[in-house]
Design a protein around this ligand. Sequence first.
Ligand SMILES: [Zn+2]
Length: 279
Amino acid sequence: MGLAGGLSLLGAALTLAASSLGGRWLPDIESLRHNWSRLGIPGWTGVALAAMVGIWLAVTAVRSTVRVVLARRQHRVRLDAVADDSLGRQLERSRPLSRSISALASAHLLSSGELRLLDNPTAVAYCLPGLRPRIVVSQGAVAALDPAEFGAVLAHEQVHARGRHDLLVQPFIAWRQTFPFLPTAAIALGAVELLIEMLADDVACRQCDPVSLGSALRRLGDEHFLLGSANTSEVKTELDQRITRLSTPVRSLALVTRITLYLAAVTLVILPPVILVLT
Ligand SMILES: [Zn+2]
């Protein structure tokens, strides 16, 4: 949808630019540079709009990507400074915790080296994505979760890290920053973020019990609501949606339906330019 929106904006501006020439769409666009004198006010308005939209889209996409990459790098440096990745030290800090959780943490550390235990009483678990991802779990989260829930949270965060879900959401962040005044840009970003969470839940449930993941989400969510750090009704609704999905078995779509949906998405993107080119 984001790509279709960007192409539509550029297409509309180019159509306005070519409208003065009165021929077919694609040949008129191609001949614009030889016909500056015939463009008139609508044509020049279209050229100016196309240039502005194109430059604005490119600059915002690059700027927002650089900003996110730099923020993550800074986050990783700070995280590595406060949360040592040494297995011995982390387990020393985890000593008051149950042995099964320590065993899960050490197994994860040994296998991937991505886990960081934060010495903080607030219950937090998240993934810091990148080429060298970090899965961050606070002592508060470890204390709030039982071993099955802890394992489910690790599995969920691992799916985010391995699936590079940050790359899926990044175009939508750029899209929202490009058009902060468009409600659809914010709605699309929110929808994609929720779908990515559901995707991570589904994949994680191949290795863990959905009930444990659901109760872990409830516990971590409740802590956040108590602290007032995630107090919007929207966040609560999304969490409820995810927990409801985990408690009721999801029937996966038939292969034919899935293929049809993918084809519909591709058609949505390419149909407007194809119609313009053919007419
Ligand atoms: Zn997640």
